[in-house]
Design a protein around this ligand. Structure first.
Ligand SMILES: [Zn+2]
Length: 383
């Protein structure tokens, strides 16, 4: 039965187990900074990047040497960042993701090279282990090729607010499915099998955690927004044992801990003017996602990528070693297994309450644009 709104296939199927341009930092050039044409150029590049508008962005970036000396140092830094980052979202092998027949291709996540065995499908997205080759688990990844880079809009009030397209969703899905290779390319086969055979629920939870963390880092800015928001409906109904939802809650907890540590760095997030009466952390994460401003900034997008990267590089493997513990920047933790998280959840709730209270007392709560929650589905997943 098709369960609308979910990458449901994954849990069902998983049963067997672009170079830094030469930035001419010419001091003399700064005198002409703010020239109308270079300001226009800068705004266009930022907008095309944040809207994952890849083809026009590539053309803009080719024109960089013409504008470089007229940009302010800050503007130049941003464009150089985008010049480095855009090819990471759309690597050379990306065209394979739109193929309508089976293909194996070399892909890379987290600087780790592996072979992606792709099979097109009409399903939204899935992955499945299919065998062992050279001591590594072979995994098949699958998604709907017609959705990749498709400009077709998605319905639902949250999707409309962020102008999400099938292509944005596919950006999140492709990187998510590829992210399912994290465990098999990180761990020796016997460890993967041991985890699968003896700790199945934990295996599913950590799989979904690494998959969404991969999408949050590797997808383009709109794919990143889609990755955050796509789980909000299931987070709302609190499907606590469902692996995608549980992983999304853990990642939400990580993002919230960073944002509440210094909300001034995150102008697109707003918080409730009253402390939620129950389940304070989960409801605050949900409020944060439901009220995310469509004016998401380059700075925030960079920060989010950076915090995800920092986590994976320094604590990524520890999530596996500790049987599903996500260490938070506030020295608290989130455990993916709900049965082991009760006490920690209470402590995190107290921390969030304290942080919200301080924001309210300091008059720093930026009210969301509307208190009225729109009617209908948040994101109408095309399925
Ligand atoms: Zn998954």
């Amino acid at each position: 039965m098709a369960t609308k709104g979910y990458w449901r296939v994954v849990t069902v199927v998983v049963l067997s187990l672009w170079t830094l341009g030469t930035a001419h930092a010419q001091q003399a050039g700064d005198a002409s900074a703010g020239a109308p044409d270079s300001d226009e150029y800068y705004k266009k590049v930022i907008k095309n990047y944040l809207t994952s508008n890849w083809a026009p962005l590539a053309a803009d970036l080719k024109a960089f040497p013409r504008f470089s000396s007229k940009l302010t140092p800050e503007q130049r830094k941003d464009i150089v960042y985008i010049r480095t980052t855009a090819p990471e979202h759309r690597p050379g092998w990306w065209t394979n993701c739109k193929k309508t027949s089976n293909i194996s291709f070399g892909a890379k996540i987290w600087n780790r090279q592996f072979t992606a065995n792709y099979m097109p499908t009409e399903e939204l997205g899935a992955q499945a282990p299919v065998g062992v080759r050279q001591g590594k688990l072979m995994v098949i990844v699958t998604w709907k090729p017609g959705m990749v880079d498709s400009p077709t809009k998605i319905d639902g009030w949250l999707a409309k607010r962020h102008n999400l397209t099938h292509g944005d969703l596919a950006d999140a899905i492709v990187w998510h499915e590829l992210g399912h290779n994290y465990i098999s390319i990180s761990l020796p086969l016997n460890h993967v099998i041991e985890l699968y055979q003896n700790h199945l629920l934990l295996y599913f939870h950590v799989q979904e955690f690494y998959a969404d963390m991969t999408a949050l880092y590797h997808a383009g800015p709109k794919g990143r927004i889609a990755t955050m928001l796509i789980r909000s409906a299931s987070l709302h109904v609190n499907k606590a044992e469902e692996p995608h939802t549980r992983a999304a809650y853990g990642i939400g907890s990580l993002i919230l801990a960073h944002v509440l540590d210094d909300p001034t760095k995150w102008p697109s997030f707003s918080f409730p003017a009253e402390i939620p009466t129950e389940d304070v952390e989960r409801n605050t994460i949900l409020y944060m996602y439901d009220n995310l401003s469509p004016d998401w900034t380059l700075q925030e997008d960079k920060q989010l990528r950076q915090l995800v990267k920092q986590f994976i590089m320094t604590k990524g493997d520890a999530v596996l070693r500790t049987r599903g513990e996500i260490a938070l920047p506030n020295r608290l933790a989130f455990r993916l297994m709900t049965s082991e998280d009760r006490e920690l959840q209470t402590k995190r709730g107290e921390w969030v309450t304290k942080a919200l209270k301080k924001l309210i007392e300091d008059g720093k709560i930026k009210p969301a644009e509307s208190n009225k929650k729109p009617e209908g589905e948040r994101i109408d997943i095309p399925f």
